[in-house]
Design a protein around this ligand. Structure first.
Ligand code: NAD
Length: 266
């Protein structure tokens, strides 16, 4: 199975190149980064600190899709929407880890998924996928005497907030409660906000240092609280999950799949 990496010069892209190069039964179809990237023309292997791969970093994304059975995309929303359209045109399977997608971006990815199999997951780690299932279960068991708050911390270079994972955990909690997240989400508080509204799902965001990704979902009632926490200590967990998703999605019928589908949790 040939796997192509778009955004191969990024933090996650480099990790993915390493992971694919080391994995059994898969090979690197190539990698591209944005036009004008300093990485263009460099050997994909030496770029990421492993032995030379004999393939250089390109900028021709269409050619990479044509040469790949599956493409993995951890880039930026505008690029991901374009990559999803290419997947739809070529029928190439796609694994998307990009976060910060708007509702309009999601619609475009869904439209492309009518023509190609696409896995979309804000967090590819096994632990967070399990955490999400647990959050849904706890939210279903506890009524709104328990206030739900989601706290996340990431490294100083992260550009979107709250994290895609925090929002996905919010969706899981809302699903468990049988409510629509958009109507109960409290994404920021500042100044005289008044008392907390019963049933809201609150988000708090911390940024600093090199934190790979910490998420805690708090269920707080009078006199007791339950906290469910996940901490990622390196990016390899996401890259490993993405390669697992790539193996799973290749050859599937067109459609939009989640990481829960990949892990067989639904
Ligand atoms: P990064 O900024 O280090 O890397 C992004 C890369 O995408 C850069 O190399 C950039 O040049 C490249 N890029 C931008 N436009 C492009 C284009 N048109 N074509 C090809 N490449 C293009 O960011 P990162 O830390 O690697 O994170 C990337 C994304 O992945 C973010 O949205 C982040 O939140 C997300 N992420 C998801 C998971 C998960 O498990 N789903 C885990 C970690 C990070």
């Amino acid at each position: 199975m040939r796997i192509g990496i778009v955004g191969c010069a990024g933090r996650m892209g480099r990790m993915l190149v390493q992971e694919v190069a080391a994995a059994e039964g898969v090979s690197l179809a190539g990698g591209v980064d944005r036009p004008g990237s300093d990485a263009a023309g460099r050997d994909l292997g030496t770029l990421v600190g492993i032995e030379a791969a004999g393939v250089t970093v390109g900028t021709d994304t269409r050619a990479l899709f044509a040469a790949s059975d599956v493409v993995i995309d951890f880039t930026i929303p505008a690029a991901t929407v374009a990559h999803a359209a290419l997947a739809g045109e070529t029928g190439t399977a796609l694994v998307v880890g990009t976060t910060g997608l708007s509702a309009a971006d999601r619609h475009q990815i869904e439209a492309a998924a009518a023509h190609a199999p696409i896995v979309l997951a804000a967090n590819m780690s096994l632990g967070v996928t399990l955490l999400s299932a647990l959050v849904e279960q706890v939210a279903r068991s506890l009524d709104d005497d328990f206030d739900i708050e989601i706290v996340e911390m990431h490294h100083r270079n992260k550009v979107d907030a709250p994290s895609g994972t925090a929002l996905a955990l919010g969706q899981a909690a809302a699903r468990g409660r049988g409510v629509d997240l958009d109507t109960v989400a409290q994404r920021a508080r500042d100044g005289i906000t008044g008392a907390r509204r019963r049933g809201d799902i609150g988000f708090a965001v911390l940024r600093g240092g090199d934190v790979v990704g910490d998420h805690t979902v708090v269920f707080a009632a009078l006199g007791e609280r339950v906290e469910l926490t996940h901490k990622a200590s390196n990016r390899q967990v996401f890259a490993r999950g993405a390669v697992r998703a790539a193996r799973w999605v290749a050859g599937r019928p067109a459609g939009l799949y989640s990481i829960r589908d990949v892990l067989g949790l639904d």
